[in-house]
Design a protein around this ligand. Structure first.
Ligand SMILES: Cc1cc2nc3c(=O)[nH]c(=O)nc-3n(C[C@H](O)[C@H](O)[C@H](O)COP(=O)(O)OP(=O)(O)OC[C@H]3O[C@@H](n4cnc5c(N)ncnc54)[C@H](O)[C@@H]3O)c2cc1C
Length: 447
């Protein structure tokens, strides 16, 4: 499909396919249906292998933080600028969506205070040995101190990091499903529960050659002789090099099970958006038929526990930086490492969600000794007696889940250069999700 440069011309009809119905894929679908530059009779098909909002979006604690990558005052590189722009924009979109569609009742959207605290690994352990849980429990019942439920934390390490104008939380899986419902009210919208396994492509304008890539990634070799479709630009996004692709996506093959029988369906496609979360590398290998890309996405594991303390705690969010002894040339210093931050969210119903990167999945070898990491339940029991089962705290769930880990923690929002008509949207945070979706929709619509 080509696009005219004249902004007054009618946009052409397109078949748009999005793979992955997590927060990014669904936000993209939603903003595409709101985009004036999409022909009203275009079809937009959302393909999801498992269920809407059940990937990382189903496990996110849902912390929304406008300043999660700084407030823009710091002098940092391009990656932090993009992150700041997306977090700031995403936070505002969360607020707008909530206002427009009663996010407070539909997906638990709330504004809330955020505190930053620092804890020392060893101290947490020592405190657990020296503090009597019941005495700490009674001494922590002051209501004036919002963090009185964390008696092991020194008040000097507590810093207020955000208030209702910059921090909040939501239930990301419910938000994702709600946006999906809004998307499906568009006449051209379809949700297909199916697994994308391959694509078909044609070689440039004027060629009717078809190349199909099978799931094992043994695709037919591409022809490089045809001229590429030069009409396509990628809106506000750039691909990482100036290489010009000579082939264009024409279809997506998916497998789905109907009445117990697996069938393969081919969906005609002019524009394809890949938002499969942690499965990006696997999917690219499959659909690009072995073509190498310079797209680099790793996977990071997280642990998450949800508990219900016996006594209700006032809602708030706490980011805990863990200080660990680092012995450098004989000098021992406490260092805070970003990849060990622990997030706690106390929700209105009194449930507390705590998540942290799994100690075993540091993306790069850390100079810090992690061998003494405690399992999450013991670790949080040491933080507060209110979190201990012996004091009536109920463990509601304990899970381990993964999230995409991109270079510099910068979300990848780009057009791929190997085949025309394919965009990628992965990485980022729940705060950024709607902004990533809106940016992708803008790019795909070509405004
Ligand atoms: C434990 C945890 C806590 C987190 N906490 C926070 C937080 O507090 N605040 C914050 O801002 N961020 C947080 N995050 C990050 C946040 O979850 C992610 O930024 C966001 O949810 C990612 O959404 P997504 O759409 O990219 O991926 P996903 O939600 O994983 O969606 C991808 C979807 O693609 C589907 N899919 C994959 N391959 C195929 C295929 N071949 N065919 C069809 N479908 C396919 C999958 O089934 C999945 O549903 C957390 C993440 C984790 C894991």
């Amino acid at each position: 499909m080509s696009r005219s440069a004249d902004p007054n011309s009618t946009p052409a009809k397109a078949n748009i396919v999005i793979i992955g119905a997590g927060l990014i894929g669904v936000s993209t679908a939603y903003y595409l249906t709101r985009n004036q530059n999409i022909h009203p009779e275009s079809s937009i098909t959302l393909v999801e292998e498992v269920n809407v909002g059940t990937g990382s979006s189903g496990y996110s604690s849902g912390l929304l933080n406008k300043h999660e990558f700084g407030d823009g005052q710091e002098e940092e590189g391009e990656s932090s600028n993009l992150n700041q722009e997306l977090s700031n924009g995403g936070f505002q979109l969360h607020q707008q969506l909530s206002k427009e569609y009663q996010g407070d009742s539909n997906w638990g959207h709330r504004e809330i205070d955020l505190y930053d605290v620092e804890i020392i690994d060893q101290t947490a352990k020592l405190n657990s040995n020296s503090t009597s849980p019941s005495s700490a429990l009674s001494s922590s019942s002051s209501t004036s101190d919002p963090l009185s439920f964390l008696p092991t934390i020194s008040s000097t390490s507590v810093r207020r990091k955000g208030d209702s104008s910059s921090t909040g939380y939501c239930q990301p899986s419910k938000l994702t499903r709600h946006l999906c419902g809004l998307f499906l009210s568009h006449p051209g919208a379809t949700l297909l529960i199916a697994k994308a396994i391959s694509i078909t492509t044609s070689s440039g304008v004027g060629s009717d050659e078809k190349v199909t890539h099978d799931e094992a990634g043994k695709g037919t070799a591409f022809s490089s002789s045809s001229k590429a479709d030069g009409n396509e630009t990628d809106g506000s996004l750039t691909s990482s090099t100036n290489k010009t692709s000579t082939k264009r996506v024409t279809g997506v093959k998916v497998t789905r099970v109907v009445n117990g029988v697996e069938e393969i369906v081919n969906i005609p496609t002019d524009k394809l958006i890949l938002s499969p979360g942690i499965k990006l590398s696997q999917l690219l290998k499959t659909i690009l038929g072995g073509i190498e890309t310079n797209i680099d996405v790793d996977v990071r594991k997280y642990e998450r526990i949800t508990i219900k303390p016996r006594e209700k705690i006032n809602p708030c969010c706490v980011v805990c930086g863990v200080l660990t002894d680092n012995n450098n040339n004989g000098q021992t210093r406490n260092e805070r490492v970003d990849d060990r931050e622990i997030e706690m969210i106390v929700k209105e119903d009194g449930n507390l969600i705590i998540s942290r990167p799994s100690p075993s999945s540091s993306p790069s070898p850390s100079p810090l000794n992690r061998s003494e990491d405690l399992d999450l339940q013991s670790f949080i029991s040491n933080l507060s007696p209110k979190f201990q089962p012996s004091n009536g705290a109920l463990v509601l769930s304990q899970t381990e889940w993964s999230s995409p880990m991109t270079p510099n923690r910068r979300p990848l929002i780009q057009k791929i250069e190997e085949i025309d008509g394919i965009w990628i949207g992965v990485g980022g945070t729940t705060t950024q999700g709607p902004a990533i979706g809106k940016k992708l929709a803008f790019s795909v619509s070509g405004i």
